[in-house]
Design a protein around this ligand. Structure first.
Ligand code: A2P
Length: 273
């Protein structure tokens, strides 16, 4: 009891850019999320990613790009990850526990930011799999609701269990009193959630791309198909999905934007290890 200095010393980071894991949740055998401490110096825009990882067996940091899933006002950071059995990083990262350290390079970058889009009426967030992560940040950012009249998030996964992280997040946002206070009580009505599965039965089955081609999405949500006049979009998923939906957005007349040249939509690859 007299030697209280020993406890904090044991927690002193020894890795370069070390942060301490505070919480880990396993959602399925393929998916987990975790939270960690946030460097005091880290400022980021919702939707951006950072390099995180672990020390490799060769003594060199093994890093990958991870979207920050937490909002910029959160005092901790949250990440949502796949577990790949033979993935160089995730085969190890999936075993982290509270108190463990990870490496986090505090240099956020990325294209899925509000600054890369022109003002519009409705924003679409299109995600597959772990591509939901940047939207978990953007959906908790008051600016998303201040900038748009309507916010639509679609999430396509193979199985129902893979939707759970997103579903719980949407539920918590709808009940978030702080967001309600910041942007007004009605903000939750602006948020539309459209989950679909492709390999396990659920209320809405099919790839979002196919459901858009058939017009089913627009019918279900009671909105017109996308137009450059009203609609803005952010896309994050696997490569084939990104390419396919990009073509579709171009067919609707939307053009790809960038930080330096804001337009109608932006795309980023979900992390797959
Ligand atoms: P599918 O089961 O038909 O391949 P993954 O887990 O492999 O990253 O896939 C996540 C989700 O993205 C799956 O539901 C998958 O559907 C879907 N998907 C894969 N490729 C495309 C694509 N080109 N367009 C739309 N959805 C896709």
């Amino acid at each position: 009891v007299t030697d209280t200095a020993a406890a904090p010393a044991a927690k002193t980071p020894t890795l370069p850019d070390a942060q301490t894991v505070t919480e880990v949740k396993h959602w399925t055998d393929r998916l987990f999320s975790f939270r960690c401490t946030r460097p005091a110096s880290l400022r980021f825009r919702s939707g951006e990613f950072v390099m995180i990882g672990l020390m490799g067996d060769n003594g060199k940091p093994l890093l990958r790009a991870y979207s920050i899933a937490s909002p910029s006002w959160d005092e901790e950071l949250e990440f949502y990850s796949i577990k790949v059995p033979d993935g160089p990083l995730t085969s190890k990262l999936q075993h982290i526990e509270p108190g463990d350290q990870i490496i986090l390079r505090p240099k956020p970058v990325g294209t899925l930011v509000h600054d890369a889009l022109l003002p519009g009426k409705r924003i679409w967030f299109f995600a597959t799999g772990t591509g939901f992560a940047p939207f978990a940040s953007l959906l908790r950012d008051p600016q998303t609701y201040e900038d748009y009249e309507e916010v639509i998030i679609t999430h396509t996964c193979r199985e129902v269990g893979e939707l759970e992280y997103g579903k719980e997040l949407i539920d918590s946002i709808r009940q978030d009193e702080l967001l309600a206070e910041l942007i007004g009580e009605g903000f939750a009505d602006k948020l539309r959630y459209y989950p679909t599965t492709t390999r396990e039965e659920s209320p809405k089955m099919g790839r979002i791309t196919d459901l858009m081609r058939k017009g089913e999405v627009f019918e279900d949500l009671g909105v017109a198909p996308l137009s450059p006049e009203h609609d803005r979009a952010m896309v994050c998923g696997n490569l084939a999905f990104n390419l396919e939906i990009k073509d579709m957005l171009e067919e609707y007349g939307l053009q790809e934007g960038a930080n330096s040249n804001p337009k109608h939509y932006v795309v980023e690859k979900a992390f797959l290890d």
